[in-house]
Design a protein around this ligand. Structure first.
Ligand SMILES: [Zn+2]
Length: 297
């Protein structure tokens, strides 16, 4: 059985450019849960909300229920569902899935293969991401399902390694009330925020904790510029803009240069702002050169 091949074939359920990411999303979620607990079962009623959110954020515009992939992924030979009555899925009825205590997990053959070959999980994840989503979403998708891509790709599933906290994004976005801390951008599609990200001030790879004190809610543009050292955080939680940054257009002036010296928006009262040591780590290690003087407007 070539599991990578089989993973690639999930995509064939799409017809002529129609996107059907339901199964890939459930599969990514299931692989992530395998990484955390190899034999654990996912009870439908316990994961329904997680899956609903994933579908709302990364699925197509039309409404779908998580029950659809939960039942249909069985036919691909990578996932099995059982109920309190025994093996087999009761179908795509949400009420039925809940009432029968339906629970799913990767098939025993796939679990055995993943145990035999520590690099398999990473390769399957890559294929799922590459064939179903644009590269710009790969990182946040892994974060959203709680998957450790690096760990999966090196095949080192050591318990001693730090785990990312799946709640980080939610905590930070809530603390900043779903607004970019630099520009105030607050877009959403319905109730789902779009173009808003939880940025680590001190990078996770450099011992930055998954904590509100180390996070900022930023729009995609400001997150990128913050990680590239164009933007930083100065004394009194004021925004720094690097003198190395050049932009002559009105857009560059309005969205970047004009931020120099402005106070960060948020977090809401009762929530801890970015800690001073994380702030100074970013200024010393990431921020480019010296800050522009505050613009007096
Ligand atoms: Zn912004």
């Amino acid at each position: 059985m070539d599991w990578v091949e089989r993973t690639a074939q999930l995509r064939q359920w799409t017809r002529r450019g129609t996107r059907a990411p339901h199964k890939p999303l459930l599969f990514l979620y299931a692989l992530s849960r395998f990484q955390q607990d190899a034999d654990g079962e996912l009870r439908y009623s316990a994961v329904e909300e997680d899956l609903r959110r994933l579908l709302a954020e990364y699925g197509p515009g039309n409404r779908t229920t998580p029950a659809y992939p939960f039942h249909h992924l069985v036919s691909d030979g990578v996932w099995e569902v059982r109920t309190e009555r025994g093996p087999g899925s009761p179908g795509t009825g949400v009420g039925e899935l809940r009432a029968t205590g339906a629970a799913g997990r990767l098939t025993p053959e796939l679990r055995a293969a993943l145990r035999r070959d520590p690099s398999l999980l990473g390769r399957m994840t890559r294929v799922l991401l590459d064939l179903n989503f644009p590269p710009s979403l790969h990182g946040e998708l892994c974060e959203a399902v709680g998957l450790e891509l690096e760990e999966a790709e090196t095949g080192q599933l050591s318990a001693a390694r730090r785990r990312r906290d799946r709640r980080m994004r939610e905590m930070v976005l809530t603390a900043y009330e779903y607004r970019c801390a630099f520009c105030g951008y607050d877009g959403s599609i319905g109730a789902v925020p779009v173009g808003l990200e939880a940025a680590h001030v001190r990078w996770w790879a450099f011992d930055g904790p998954d904590d509100v004190e180390n996070g900022l809610c930023l729009c995609s543009l400001h997150h990128k510029l913050f990680d590239k050292g164009v933007l930083g955080l100065g004394e009194g939680h004021r925004i720094l803009v690097s003198q190395s940054f050049v932009g002559r257009s009105t857009a560059a002036r309005d969205h970047v240069i004009a931020l120099a010296g402005r106070p960060v928006i948020g977090p809401q009262p009762g929530t801890r702002p970015v800690a001073a040591d994380h702030r100074s780590w970013h200024t010393g290690q990431v921020f480019h050169g010296s800050p522009r003087p505050t613009t007096t407007a």
